[in-house]
Write a protein that binds this ligand. Structure first.
Ligand code: PEP
Length: 255
């Protein structure tokens, strides 16, 4: 049975004091969780969040990293820098990076490779635009994004990769994919992993759903066979709501 992974994406929210406070509020909710709990926070919060998360079940991630080891890349952070800061996870290819910062499938692949080489675990985001869903090309778009992102990534690194299926039209909009839609595309992505690697790899890989997952809809989404967790933006900033999602994941894991 695959483990469920609940990850919060705080985006560009929370100053250092607020970040420490939020981790303290989440910690008791993660204490008895059977799922993994990760918070992906702004770079400037990483050290305070790592400190606040020490001796808790909460794991810490960043929201991006560069592909080069060092160099003239003003404003960027390398994977080695994150490792040195004690960080375990990094989100790569979030749709907001693709939409606002020119991230492409090729640079996503470069960043994934660099992160894995540095020893980070990757949360790789893929997902279609609303127009693409309406044109009926969701499967093609998500398959292509996964294939390019995983180019030259060996099978033994799949244990260090979580794929997050995030339909762009559902992120931050309050419009959630139905549980069936989420399950269908997570299943398509699983088949892509089977074709790129092997059936066993596909059975093992963790595939999250992200896009307006919240305290009300989490249980239904997490009950779907191909949905192994959630990447959660807005609701991850509300400790009570995030706690309900963690509890729903724990209940699902008990089944
Ligand atoms: C996200 O940021 O990855 C996300 C899914 O955001 P939200 O939950 O707010 O839609």
């Amino acid at each position: 049975m695959r483990k469920i992974v609940i990850a919060g994406n705080w985006k560009m929210n929370k100053n250092r004091a607020e970040a420490a406070e939020l981790v303290k509020a989440i910690a008791p909710k993660a204490e008895d969780a059977l799922c993994d709990v990760i918070v992906c926070v702004p770079f400037t919060d990483l050290d305070v969040v790592c400190n606040a998360a020490k001796d808790t079940k909460i794991k810490v991630g960043a929201q991006n990293c560069h592909w080069a080891k060092s160099g003239a890349y003003t404003g960027e952070i390398s994977a080695d820098m994150l490792v040195e800061a004690g960080i375990e996870y990094v989100i790569i290819g979030h749709s907001e990076r693709r939409q606002y910062f020119g991230e492409t499938d090729i640079t996503v692949n470069q960043r994934v490779k660099a992160a894995l080489e540095a020893g980070l675990k990757v949360i790789l985001c893929v997902g279609e635009l609303l127009e693409e869903r309406e044109q009926g090309i969701t499967a093609e778009i998500c398959s292509m994004q996964v294939k390019i992102a995983l180019t030259d990534i060996p099978a033994d690194q799949l244990d260090n990769i979580i794929i997050a299926y995030e339909p762009v039209w559902a992120i931050g909009t309050g419009k959630t994919a139905t549980a069936d839609q989420a399950d269908e595309v997570c299943g398509i992505i699983r088949n892509v992993i089977a074709s790129l690697y092997c059936e066993c790899c596909a059975e093992k890989v963790i595939i999250q759903y992200g896009g307006s997952m919240n305290a009300k809809n989490a249980a239904e989404l997490l009950a779907k066979p191909n949905v192994d967790g959630g990447l959660i933006g807005g609701a991850s900033l509300k400790p009570d709501d995030f706690g309900v999602i963690i509890a729903a994941a724990t209940e699902e894991m008990k089944k």
